[in-house]
Ligand binder design. Structure first.
Ligand code: C2E
Ligand code: CA
Ligand code: CA
Length: 273
């Protein structure tokens, strides 16, 4: 069943003994993850996001991390799918949001937090976000929740209603990894989102493939036509940053400006400022 689910659901997989082994490993990891969530072993790293013109850090994106007591850091592409299948992703998402709002409150920076599809469709999400804002005193206008295109495909109208309700809390919504899914441009008209995050796959080839510069400029123009702000993701070189600026991306994110770091790195910046 897990092998079929991994292959994108709605398909069959023939049993093979090796599947048991990976299934057992996964089950062990799932048990460990459950305990890690209970013990609050999940922690958060923050990647800086800069204003494209001034180069100043204006925001951070919260990224979950899990350090396993025996195996060390577990890669996100291993633990997020396990968390999603087992339903633990909701608890993890809640912890990330709570920690991030607490740790970033005093920095004055905007804060972006990822929402998994399971969290997005959970009927309690609105109440949970509201409670976190109340408990932490984090200003709603500085919080942005990131969703991916894929969750819009299933029920776009219901998704639009969920987004509107969340935005009524005064927070902002962003569409993450834009350009990697199969979302029709028409969705942008139905949705009241605030920002597009253009996927790294559009930024990486900018220097080697001049055609991609036109593509990027067109995506940014499209976003502007819908009154959306734009953040370019995965910027690794000064050349990519320059081309993203020329295309009028408002915010830039990537290793060039900083890797995900502990909260203390930003608290010091705010203190000095
Ligand atoms: P994402 O939301 O697209 O996050 C950006 C990912 O790109 C991060 O990987 C970040 O470390 C990486 N990245 C940033 N700049 C660069 C760059 O210049 N070059 C390259 N090659 N990579 C860069 P990370 O931290 O491994 O996260 C992977 C994904 O896991 C995230 O992608 C997000 O979809 C998911 N994720 C992370 N934290 C959470 C969370 O708290 N909740 C949920 N639901 N998903 C999360
Ligand atoms: Ca993201
Ligand atoms: Ca992204």
């Amino acid at each position: 069943m897990y092998a079929a689910k991994d292959a994108g659901r709605h398909c069959a997989r023939v049993y093979h003994p090796s599947l048991d082994e990976s299934h057992e490993r996964r089950q062990r990891l799932e048990q460990d993850l459950k305990r890690a969530v209970e013990d609050e072993e999940i922690y958060v790293r923050y990647q800086p996001i800069v204003d494209a013109q001034s180069g100043e850090v204006v925001a951070v994106e919260a990224l979950a991390r899990w350090s396993h007591p025996v195996h060390g850091d577990v890669p996100l592409d291993v633990f997020i799918p396990i968390a999603e299948i087992s339903g633990l992703i909701n608890a993890i998402g809640r912890q990330v949001l709570l920690h991030a709002c607490r740790e970033m409150r005093e920095t004055g920076l905007d804060l972006a937090v990822n929402l998994s599809p399971a969290q997005f469709w959970d009927g309690n999400l609105y109440d949970e976000v509201q409670q976190v804002l109340e408990r932490t005193g984090f200003p709603p206008e500085r919080l942005e929740l990131e969703i991916t295109e894929s969750l819009l495909l299933r029920r776009p109208q219901v998704a639009a209603a969920v987004i509107d309700r969340l935005r009524s809390l005064g927070i902002r919504m962003a569409l993450d990894d834009f350009g990697t899914g199969f979302v029709s441009i028409a969705y942008l008209q139905q949705l009241t989102i605030d920002r597009l995050k253009i996927d790294r796959s559009f930024l990486a080839p900018l220097e080697s493939q001049p055609d991609m510069r036109e593509v990027l400029i067109s995506i940014v123009d499209l976003a502007k036509a819908y009154h959306l702000e734009v953040c370019a993701e995965g910027i690794e070189t000064p050349g990519q940053a320059q081309l993203a600026r020329i295309a009028s991306c408002g915010r830039l994110q990537g290793w060039l400006f900083g890797r995900p770091q502990a909260a203390s790195a930003f608290q010091t910046v705010a203190f000095r400022a």
